[in-house]
Write a protein that binds this ligand. Structure first.
Ligand SMILES: Nc1ncnc2c1ncn2[C@@H]1O[C@H](COP(=O)(O)OP(=O)(O)OP(=O)(O)O)[C@@H](O)[C@H]1O
Ligand SMILES: [Mg+2]
Ligand SMILES: [Zn+2]
Length: 268
């Protein structure tokens, strides 16, 4: 009965203001309702149309807000060969092994609210790329994921203080607390003012209490974060700590680009 109601609703939604329905852009399979009607043994039932599945998938991706540069990144195409030093190769191999293990029993980690803390002192070592790859995998698996830079979270909270903003601070905090899986990228680079401490405490503590998975990337080991230890203590309890190589792939890529440019110039 639910499905039939939804069908009626989406039919209404697709009716234009003049009352006519345009058939041009509608799915040929379901007529734009998202459901396909079947009849078997005199009974009528509905199955979900591919176009509806695709729409849900697209809205899940929009919500996830994973950086577009990393949209095709998955664990299996994470490139270990990008690191030059032997020590870095060993570190990234260990990190990948750990993360694959974590992902292979994600259902139970999810139940326990166990997340990850990816860190390296060195900038450009691949932490965000890895966090985005994990986020993509989780979206593929059907989980609700939200990817946010920690500075973006702070900016968003500040924006809710504007009078004309429809989104209230408490609603935004609720969203961040209730999102099934939250990725907080670059945690700890922000200047930790008192109110920022309080807001992150609220987000992290509520997620901790509700066993919700949070994945962090940071340029600091957990114990060196400037946040209160009431925050870091909770994070420690529900995060697997994963060291990333102290090598910048970003610098290596930039150097290679410069070299290629020099070659092109010299070749002229
Ligand atoms: N394993 C890899 N293979 C190919 N490119 C990589 C790899 N790791 C990182 N890169 C590239 O290097 C750049 C920096 O990576 P990324 O942003 O993930 O680093 P980061 O550790 O998050 O840096 P920061 O500490 O500044 O936040 C990106 O362009 C990324 O695509
Ligand atoms: Mg990063
Ligand atoms: Zn359809």
């Amino acid at each position: 009965m639910d499905k039939i109601q939804q069908m009626t609703l989406s039919r209404k939604a697709s009716t234009s203001e003049s009352g006519t329905t345009s058939t041009d852009s509608k799915c040929q399979q379901c007529g734009g309702t998202g459901w396909i009607r079947h009849r078997e043994d005199g009974k009528e039932y509905f199955s979900e149309c591919e176009c509806r599945k695709k729409q849900i998938e697209e809205s899940r991706l929009r919500f996830a807000n994973i950086p577009v540069t990393f949209k095709d990144m998955r664990l299996k195409n994470f490139n270990i060969a990008a690191y030059k030093d032997e020590k870095s190769k060993a570190t990234i191999r260990a990190a990948c092994k750990y993360i694959k293990q974590y992902m292979s029993c994600f259902e139970s980690e999810h139940k326990d609210g166990m997340g990850l803390y990816l860190y390296s002192d060195t900038k450009g070592s691949g932490k965000t790329r890895m966090a985005a790859s994990i986020a993509n995998e989780l979206v593929d698996m059907g989980y609700q994921v939200k990817f946010s830079l920690s500075t973006e979270i702070i900016q968003e909270i500040k924006r809710t203080w504007d009078r004309d903003n429809d989104l209230s601070e408490s609603k935004l905090l609720d969203q961040l607390q209730e999102t099934d899986i939250l990725v907080i990228d670059d945690f700890g680079t922000e200047q930790v003012a008192g109110w920022i401490n309080d807001k992150f405490y609220q987000i992290i503590n509520n997620r901790y209490v509700d066993h919700r998975v949070t994945i962090f990337t940071s340029n600091y080991p957990l114990e060196k974060l400037e946040y209160d230890d009431r925050i870091t203590n909770r994070m420690k309890e529900v995060s697997y700590l994963i060291a990333f190589p102290e090598e910048s792939v970003r610098e290596k890529i930039a150097a290679e680009k410069n070299e290629a440019m020099l070659h092109r110039v010299a070749g002229r």
